[in-house]
Design a protein around this ligand. Structure first.
Ligand code: AMP
Length: 191
C-alpha cells in the first residue's frame, strides 16, 4: 500500500517540520515545493531563477512550473511507497493535477492533514523565524498570510467531497505533541 498525504495549513503552522519528522521516521518522501524551489534557486537553475521572481514577492509560482517540478520529483525512487506533500497543492489546478499524477502511478491520495492555526499565531511564528529565508520579510509575510485564505478556498473544496479524507489537527502545542497526533494519522495510511 502506498501512502500519499497532503499536509495543508497556513505558513508557519509547522507542516514542514512535521513532514520532515514523518520522513525521518517512516521513510516516506517529503515533497516540499517551497524547498524544491529554494534548492533550484541555490543551484541557479533556469527553473529556480524563474520561480524566484514570484517567491521574492510572496506570489505563487505559476501552476505549469510547479506541477512539472512535482511530476519530476514523484519519479524519484524514494516516492514510490508514498510521499508527504508539504506546500502543495496551493491552487485548484494543482489539486486536480495531483490526482492525475498519482493516478499515473496507480495510486491515490490517502489523506489531507489540515493544520489549524489562527492567523495571529502564524504571524507571530513567521516574524520570529530564524531560518533567514528571503521571503520572511514583514511585507511578504503579510501577503503570504492574507493569500492563505484564497489558497484554502481554492484547494479544500476539491477534497471536502471525499468523505473522511480531511483530518484536522490543532497546530498549537509543542512540536512533539503535534507529532504524536500526526504520526498516528499517517500510520493509518500505511495499513
Ligand atoms: P513555502 O516554503 O511553502 O512557504 O513556499 C515558499 C514560496 O514558494 C511561496 O511563497 C511561493 O512563492 C512558492 N511556492 C511554494 N509552493 C508553491 C506551490 N504549490 N504553488 C506555487 N508556488 C509555490
Amino acid at each position: 500500500m502506498s501512502a500519499y498525504i497532503v499536509f495543508f495549513g497556513p505558513p508557519g503552522c509547522g507542516k514542514g517540520t512535521q513532514a520532515s519528522k514523518v520522513k525521518d521516521e517512516l521513510g516516506l518522501a517529503q515533497i516540499s515545493t517551497g524547498e524544491l524551489f529554494r534548492k533550484h534557486l541555490s543551484q541557479e537553475t533556469p527553473l529556480g531563477l524563474e520561480a524566484q521572481k514570484y517567491m521574492s514577492k510572496g506570489a505563487l509560482v505559476p501552476d505549469e512550473i510547479t506541477i512539472g517540478m512535482v511530476r519530476e520529483r514523484l519519479q524519484e525512487p524514494d516516492a514510490r511507497q508514498g510521499a508527504i506533500f508539504d506546500g502543495f497543492p496551493r491552487t485548484g489546478a494543482q489539486a486536480k493535477a495531483l490526482d492525475q499524477l498519482l493516478g499515473e502511478l496507480g495510486a491515490e491520495l490517502c489523506m489531507v492533514v489540515d493544520f489549524k492555526l489562527p492567523m495571529e499565531e502564524s504571524r507571530r511564528r513567521l516574524m520570529g523565524r530564524q531560518e533567514g529565508r528571503a521571503d520572511d520579510r514583514p511585507e511578504v509575510i503579510e501577503k503570504r498570510l492574507n493569500d492563505h485564505a484564497d489558497v484554502e478556498a481554492s484547494v479544500m473544496p476539491h477534497y471536502r467531497a471525499r468523505l473522511g479524507l480531511i483530518k484536522e489537527v490543532d497546530a498549537h502545542g509543542t512540536i512533539d505533541e503535534i507529532y504524536q497526533t500526526v504520526l498516528a494519522l499517517v500510520k493509518t495510511c500505511l495499513g
